[in-house]
Design a protein around this ligand. Structure first.
Ligand code: IMP
Length: 177
């Protein structure tokens, strides 16, 4: 297993590029089986989900609509508890919405986003999370499709950053204690 330094911290490989590919293509297949006849809109949670969404969406066989919103609650290696939000487009009204999120940690970001999305009256809301840290949860969030559950550990790569750095790494790396 290879180590990598991101800013002032050392990380070690945790989920390989090959495993990420298997996780994402299998998630995409499951979700498309359920939604292919429902004309869903996919909402990508920026910034962290941009790599996941890019691979996930390109694994789908049919053409779909995609929207992007920017929600953030993290600073450095911690959730701040203060979720910064962007506007949700009106087109979600009456539509089946599939949210693509990189990782659910405390759950605060998804809790706020789902509540804001519900106010826009979509037909349904489905949450797809590449990673989930169930032991870090501060609020209960129901996730419909999970790529992989991990412990309460800080990870970088595949879209996830440490203080703005490391999103480009093709595998997931975990902080070395
Ligand atoms: P939550 O609001 O605590 O659930 O955090 C959600 C957001 O924090 C995610 O969408 C990520 O962008 C970021 N995040 C959570 N855990 C990590 C991590 O281990 N590494 C990098 N970013 C993380």
């Amino acid at each position: 297993m290879s180590d990598i330094t991101v800013k002032d911290k050392v990380f070690t490989e945790f989920i390989s590029k090959k495993e990420m590919n298997l996780i994402v293509t299998s998630l995409a297949k499951k979700v498309e089986t359920v939604f292919k006849d429902k004309n869903p809109i996919f909402i990508v949670m920026l910034n962290g989900a941009f790599v996941f969404a890019s691979d996930f969406l390109r694994s789908l066989e049919r053409p779909y609509e995609t929207l992007f919103v920017r929600y953030s609650s993290y600073s450095g290696m911690q959730t701040t508890g203060n979720v910064v939000t962007s506007e949700i487009p009106e087109v979600v009204k009456g539509r089946h919405i599939v949210i693509l999120e990189d990782i659910v940690d405390s759950g605060l970001t998804m809790d706020v986003f789902k509540k804001n999305l519900t106010k826009m009256r979509p037909e349904s809301i489905t949450l797809v999370a590449l990673l989930s840290k169930p032991s870090a949860r501060k609020v209960n969030v129901s996730i419909d499709f999970i790529g992989k559950e991990i412990g309460d550990k800080f990870v970088v790569g595949y879209g996830l950053d440490y203080d703005g750095v490391g999103r480009n790494l093709p595998a997931i790396y975990v902080l070395k204690e």
